[in-house]
Structures are given as structure tokens and as C-alpha cells.
Ligand binder design. Structure first.
Ligand SMILES: N[C@@H](CCC[C@H](N)C(=O)O)C(=O)O
Length: 261
């Protein structure tokens, strides 16, 4: 059987998207997802998403990591599926959809390539040594770094993700370096088990963790540079919790096609 797919990227975090409103795909196997996401034997991507119908919402986002496991929330994936929903004519400039971590609201630009996605509120930020650990829809470890451009993110990230504390459930490992107004961030992603060009829940975690680290309160806007481009995170910090969190940046269709499955 041939299925139509769309390949999107958000700051270089890339995804395969399938319009599954007519249930053409039924719980893809781990093998099928890993093959589709494979950069040599498949389409290639950091993850696969299904856009499905759901009463009360514009659509439902179902996300699989490139390793075939159903993932937790993907921020850049969320921004890409909003652009996809606009491309399909399901939404115009705003949307409410459901993802694995709950309802999300988003706004999209008229040309459909810039998305502002509301993320879940975050109250708990803990420490592991001098690193911060928090869940922004997916679990994240945030460590302040220097000389990040030349850091061995794969090996250092792999070692943290696979240490005794995190091995069973996994964690996404973010390294953050202060640069002018914001941060430069590199992420080793759980489920891809490699460094990706961007991680939306990851840069969100960095912005919140750094606000806590620097004791910043009120309404904050944090620009973040990643390997694949630029993102921005806006949020409120009242000292008890982070709310009104928005992950903002580009989301673009790269190509579409059909693949035999
Ligand atoms: N790339 C994502 C994060 C995807 C989920 C993550 N790999 C996990 O399962 O923990 C993002 O943009 O947030």
C-alpha cells in the first residue's frame, strides 16, 4: 500500500507527517516507524506524527520518536503539525488541539510558516548536582556549558541519558551557553538517541531553568539559538510556577511524496 506523507522541519528538528483523519494508519509498528524515519532506507526524520480527528478539538497529535516508541510531547513537532493543519485547510490562524500532555493552543502566521505554540505550565524544577531537571511535556536535563560549539554533545549527552538515574525512562539532555540576550543550546534527544538540530520542549526547559537560576520573575522572553535556527520562549514566572509559556519559531514544509509501506 502507498501512503502520502509530508516532511516538515522546525528549526531543523524534522518530522514525517501523515494525515490520518480517515484512519489509513492503525498503530504503526516500531519497525515501520524506524524504517520511515531512517535517513538512508526511509524518508528520514527525528519523529513521525499522525494528525487525527478528535471531537472538541481541531485535531489530535500522535507522536512517535524515530526509535519507534510513542514519545511524550514534542514542541517543534507541535509547531510543525499546526503548519500542516493549516496546509490541509483544517485551521486558519489559531487552533486548539490535543497532544499527549494535554490541550494546546497555537497561532500561525498568514503564510503558514511561523508558529507560536502554548506549552503546559511547569511548577516543579529540581536539581541533579548543578543541573536542572524539569518536565515541559517531555523530561529534560539542563546543564550550563562553556565552549558549546566544540562540546562533545553526543558522548556527554549519551552518558547522562544512560546513567543509573535516567537509563530506564530516559531523559533529553540540553547544554546551554549564555550568549548576549539569550542562549545557545544543543540537545541530545531521547528517542532519537542522538543530537538533533533543535528540541522545542528542550529550549523551553532551558529558558525556564535559566530564569530559576538567575532569579528572574515577571514576564520574560528568551531568544535561543540552536543548530538549526532561532527559537523564542515567552513565559510568566510568579515564583511558584511558570505559566503562559509560548514556544515560537519557524515550521516549514520541506517536501511531500508517497511511500510504499
Ligand atoms: N524534539 C522534541 C522532543 C521529542 C520528544 C523527546 N524526544 C522525548 O520523547 O522525550 C521537541 O521538539 O520537543
Amino acid at each position: 500500500m502507498n501512503i502520502k506523507f509530508y516532511k516538515y522541519q522546525g528549526a531543523g528538528n524534522d518530522f514525517i507527517l501523515i494525515d490520518n483523519r480517515e484512519s489509513i494508519v492503525n498503530q504503526p509498528t516500531k519497525e515501520a516507524v524506524t524504517k520511515l524515519c531512517d535517513r538512508r532506507f526511509g524518508i528520514g526524520g527525528d519523529g513521525l506524527m499522525l494528525l487525527e480527528n478528535l471531537e472538541g478539538y481541531d485535531f489530535k497529535m500522535v507522536y512517535y520518536n524515530a526509535d519507534g516508541n510513542e514519545g511524550s510531547m514534542c514542541g517543534n513537532g507541535g509547531r510543525c503539525i499546526v503548519a500542516f493543519a493549516k496546509h490541509l485547510g483544517i485551521i486558519y490562524d489559531t487552533t486548539n488541539f490535543l497532544a499527549t500532555d494535554g490541550p494546546h493552543h497555537a497561532k500561525i502566521s498568514e503564510e503558514g510558516t511561523w508558529v507560536s505554540l502554548q506549552m503546559i505550565d511547569v511548577a516543579d524544577v529540581s536539581k541533579d548536582g548543578d543541573a536542572y531537571v524539569l518536565d515541559t511535556g517531555s523530561p529534560h536535563y539542563v546543564k550550563i556549558a562553556t565552549d558549546l560549539a566544540i562540546k562533545d554533545v553526543y558522548n556527554e549527552g549519551y552518558a547522562i541519558r544512560n546513567n543509573a538515574t535516567y537509563k530506564a525512562k530516559g531523559i533529553n539532555v540540553n547544554f546551554a551557553e549564555k550568549t548576549g540576550e539569550g542562549y545557545f543550546v544543543r540537545t541530545f534527544e531521547r528517542g532519537v538517541e542522538n543530537e538533533t538540530y533543535a528540541c522545542g520542549t528542550g529550549v523551553t526547559a532551558v529558558a525556564l531553568a535559566m530564569a530559576k537560576h538567575n532569579r528572574q520573575f515577571g514576564t520574560i522572553s528568551t531568544p535561543i539559538k540552536v543548530l538549526g535556527g532561532d527559537l523564542n520562549i515567552r513565559f510568566d514566572n510568579d515564583g511558584e510556577k511558570f505559566s503562559n509559556i509560548f514556544l515560537e519559531g519557524p515550521a516549514e514544509l520541506v517536501f511531500d511524496g508517497e511511500i510504499e509501506v
